[in-house]
Design a protein around this ligand. Structure first.
Ligand code: PEP
Ligand code: MG
Length: 619
């Protein structure tokens, strides 16, 4: 039966595909397609894992001390029974044979189906058996990881386009951590749905960077959608349609084609310089997460990288951090790929909704932080790990020998942090010079993300060469709204007068100090704000590469003088969004009136021609 779910639209476009439900704890299970020749091998891996787990369980039973409670032995029997039950292994094999899922993916898909069935059981005792099946599957997954011969997805797996006749797939999960999202970059999924999350949660940001339709904060999607259901994701409106009727499906397929055509049209602007109607040049820069994203940035026509979120290099590493050389290589690769264009590398912004695996004492503390968004995050975390921080600074400095590198410091709020950061940088430089390594004198910028920094910006400007406003956090901290919490997502408002006033002031003060200012939060890539930001004097916008063309189109149509003269009325309005809409209507009014007059003239001329023709016939 068809039904709809509503959430927050976080990444535009329409995706149509079959649901792949994944439990949050298992999102890091590899998901890739295997080709036909590999089907038997994957089934054999499944069988080997089953035999290994059976041995493990039998061993545990055998070695159980005599005084152990009898329930324990009974539990192991239940696990053995579940392990050999055909309801687990039979359909799992089918996922491999029919869908060509790798064994781990097939197993987690079947677990989701069974978990749902257990949830729906009336009998409480039976319902609780769900935990047992989960434990058995965990054991199987671990056995597969140990036993291996698993394929590396990138090398031997095949993507959906290579797999003729395969239905596209959309991912449904209660939550997806940014680190897991990263693994899905370039993966088989054509859309994402989660129960939780906000518009600027990092999961949403990564979905946008992948340019894949996504809806978050649906609250119940992972409970109501079943494995393999047909799904439409409307990433423009935040609607998810489950099991759509043929008419609805047709309508969405049409919209999908339309938006593809729209994208193709916009892509033609790639090499057009971003210059406003009144001749102001605007820098459209890219936000990237990994060095590999730099290629997409160049292809999209970015004039540099305005934000390299370096913390993504620190994720999915099983507890090991990248050392100086590995970091250096990643930064250098990004710099080289940008072919002489500037690359702004932000020092790690670990914490809040981007936690690391538990590694250090500080991370353990972080784990218990009551409110991680207000806790040990970004520059606070870096300064509390001085050796790690200097290592990153050295890696960035070394990369500066390969192109134009700029250093960006996240979430500064105190002048003491600024001084400590600059001292760490000076020491890192000294260490490099002592080791005989060359490095350039790089520009250092501050991210304005905390109201304190925006309010006392002139003091910060004495120390920094440039400023980048992180509106995602500036909104979060100004309005006291956790950006990852869908329960308060309706209050997360970039149009709030306090946000706009802080932003306008930060832009004006940085420009007055003769320094460069950019915005690198999500507002920069949202065309609803382009004119107002240009009116505030902003000339540097950093966004996901996929958003550059649309923002450029808006820049090409804007007269910054006109919006500068209207700015005061926007900033002082109770409802700035409504005020901007009113101003736009007024701006369009003359052209609408001209068009109407032209239409009237044409109509008059047509009427004259018709009258002449009628007269001619009468004569
Ligand atoms: C921001 O806060 O606007 C920003 C760009 O940083 P991040 O989204 O990575 O926190
Ligand atoms: Mg931020």
């Amino acid at each position: 039966m068809s039904f709809e779910l509503f959430g927050l639209p976080v990444s535009r476009g329409v995706a149509i595909g079959r649901a792949v439900l994944i439990a949050s704890s298992r999102v890091d299970v590899a998901h890739y397609f295997i080709d036909e020749s590999r089907v038997e091998t994957e089934i054999a891996r499944l069988r080997d894992a089953r035999d290994a787990v059976a041995n493990e369980l039998e061993g545990l039973k055998r070695d159980m001390p005599a005084e152990a409670p009898a329930e324990l032995a009974a539990l192991l029997d239940v696990h053995l029974m579940l392990l050999h039950d055909d309801t687990l292994s039979g359909p799992t094999k089918q996922w491999i044979i029919e869908r060509h899922y790798n064994a781990e993916w097939a197993l987690s898909a079947q677990l989701e189906v069974l978990a749902r069935q257990f949830d729906e059981m009336e009998d409480e005792y039976l319902r609780e058996r769900k935990a047992d099946i989960e434990q058995v599957v965990e054991r199987l997954l671990r056995a597969m990881a140990r036993g291996s011969a698993a394929l590396a997805p990138a090398s031997a797996g095949v993507g959906p386009r290579d797999f003729a006749g395969e239905d596209p797939l959309v991912l449904v999960a209660s939550d997806i951590a940014p680190a897991d999202m990263l693994q899905f970059k370039g993966s088989v999924f054509t859309g994402f749905i989660t129960d939780v999350g906000g518009r600027t949660s990092h999961t949403a940001i990564v979905a946008r960077s992948m340019d894949i339709p996504a809806v978050v904060g649906t609250r119940e999607a992972s409970r109501l959608i079943r494995q393999d259901d047909w799904i439409v994701i409307d990433g423009d409106c935040g609607v998810v349609i489950v099991d759509p009727s043929p008419i609805v499906l047709e309508e969405y397929r049409f919209r999908q084609r339309q938006s593809e055509l729209g994208r193709e049209r916009l892509a033609r602007l790639r090499h057009t310089p971003a210059i406003t109607v009144d001749g102001e040049r605007v820098d459209l820069l890219a936000n990237i997460e990994l060095p590999g994203d730099a290629t997409a940035a160049v292809e999209a026509g970015a004039v540099g990288v305005g934000l390299f979120r370096s913390e993504f290099l620190f994720m999915n590493r099983d507890g090991e951090l990248p050392d100086e050389d590995e970091q250096f290589e990643a930064y250098r690769d990004a710099v080289v790929a940008m072919k002489g264009l500037p690359v702004t590398i932000r020092t790690v912004d670990i914490g809040a909704d981007k936690p690391l695996e538990r590694l250090t004492v500080n991370e353990l503390r972080h784990e218990h932080a009551l409110n991680p968004a207000l806790g040990l995050r970004a520059i606070r975390w870096s300064l509390s790990e001085p050796a790690m921080f200097r290592q990153q600074l050295r890696a960035i400095l070394r990369a500066s020998a390969y192109g134009k590198v700029k250093l960006l410091i996240p979430m500064v709020a105190h002048l003491s942090e600024v001084r400590a950061t600059l001292e760490a940088l000076a020491r890192a430089k000294q260490q490099l010079s002592d080791a005989g390594r060359a490095c350039a004198d790089i520009e250092v910028g501050a991210m304005v993300e905390v109201p304190a920094a925006a309010i006392m910006l002139p003091a910060f400007l004495r120390y920094f060469d440039f400023v980048s406003v992180g509106t995602n956090d500036l909104i979060q901290y100004t309005l006291a709204i956790d950006r990852a919490d869908e329960a308060v997502a309706h209050l997360y408002d970039p149009w709030h007068p306090a946000v706009l006033q802080l932003l306008a002031r930060a832009i004006a003060q940085t420009r007055d100090a003769g320094k460069e200012v950019t915005v690198c939060g999500e507002m920069a890539g949202d065309t609803a704000f382009t004119e107002v930001l240009l009116g505030m004097g902003l000339r540097g916008f950093s966004m996901h590469p996929a958003q550059i063309a649309a923002v450029k189109q808006q820049v090409l149509r804007t007269d910054t003088r006109r919006w500068a003269s209207r700015l005061e009325s926007v900033l002082s309005a109770d409802d700035p969004e409504a005020q901007v809409r009113r101003l736009m209507r007024e701006a369009q009014a003359p052209s609408v009136a001209r068009a109407a007059a032209r239409a009237a003239r044409v109509e008059g001329a047509v009427a004259e021609v018709a009258a002449d023709a009628a007269n001619a016939r009468l004569q």
